[in-house]
Design a protein around this ligand. Sequence first.
Ligand code: SF4
Length: 105
Amino acid sequence: MVLNDTVSAPHLAYKMDEFFKHESCGKCTPCREGTYWLVKVLHRMVEEGDARAGDIETLHAIYQQMAGNCFCLLGESAVMPIKSALNLFPEEFEALVHEKDKRYG
Ligand code: SF4
């Protein structure tokens, strides 16, 4: 995967977890529900520009409940993009929340 510096970490995590959500077979709850909720929150933050206070904590909580609890490596792999993005580029997620705060006061 090759990316340039115009691709944001939240957008990359969103697109990668969208793939894992699509590929999830739905057999186990942490993967089925975890990928669903990761994509739902990330879609609102990244695509709709509607990031809210508490979204970052919610994303951390979702992947932490998935990690180590999925039946196969697909679910465990879905944790990696969002965990890495949140931990390595926290300022990009915080910027989404603050940009929205500025737009709507
Ligand atoms: S972790 Fe594997 S078994 Fe569980 S829902 Fe995802 S793809 Fe299916």
